[in-house]
Ligand binder design. Structure first.
Ligand SMILES: CC[C@H](C(=O)O)C(=O)SCCNC(=O)CCNC(=O)[C@H](O)C(C)(C)COP(=O)(O)OP(=O)(O)OC[C@H]1O[C@@H](n2cnc3c(N)ncnc32)[C@H](O)[C@@H]1OP(=O)(O)O
Ligand SMILES: [Co+2]
Length: 141
């Protein structure tokens, strides 16, 4: 079911500081403009690497889902891993049928790449927060 690794989510207290790290220390050359996703409670910045992306996420608003994570990890850290799937509903139903907990209402929401996503609880995924994302048509054209 899971396909390509779409991105590794990295939570940060400051996207601006993280951009300096990835650009000036790690030498990343393709850093996208940060943008707000208020409906998901995060500010997002994608850093392209050869075979995937780093998704820098900073809390946006009091209800951001990453406040808890940053309280435990004030400097930030690896937050989630996102895999692409062909059909998000089929993937969700398969995860549920195998006993995994889908976070939130269970209904897919629109993620940072503009396609439906779900999250699977880390307790069912070996301690890793897993995001599944329906692959955009044009993503790997
Ligand atoms: C959607 C836009 C963008 C995209 O790619 O399109 C993004 O990816 S934005 C990413 C931010 N959004 C989310 O993460 C939504 C899903 N996340 C959640 O619902 C919460 O973060 C949740 C439920 C995973 C954790 O919430 P919270 O930290 O408030 O709860 P707890 O502290 O009670 O944690 C419960 C339990 O889970 C462990 N935990 C928490 N976060 C992580 C993590 N990132 N990776 C691994 N494990 C995590 C935490 O340690 C607790 O474990 P326990 O053993 O019970 O102590
Ligand atoms: Co993500």
């Amino acid at each position: 079911m899971i396909g390509r690794l779409n991105h590794v989510g990295v939570a940060t207290p400051s996207i601006d500081d993280s951009i300096k790290l990835y650009r000036d220390i790690l030498g990343a050359t393709r850093i996208h403009e940060p943008f707000n996703l208020p409906e998901q409670g995060v500010r997002v910045c994608f850093v392209d690497v050869a075979n995937s992306q780093i998704e820098l996420i900073e809390p946006l608003g009091d209800d951001s889902p990453i406040h808890g994570f940053l309280k435990k990890n004030p400097a930030g850290g690896q937050h989630h891993v996102c895999f692409e799937v062909d059909d998000i509903i089929a993937a969700r139903d398969e995860m549920r049928a195998k006993g995994a907990t889908i976070l939130g209402t269970g209904e897919p929401r629109i993620g940072a790449h503009g396609t439906p996503i779900i999250f699977v609880h880390p307790r069912d995924m070996g301690g890793v927060l897993i995001e599944l994302m329906e692959t955009p048509e044009d993503m790997h054209a």
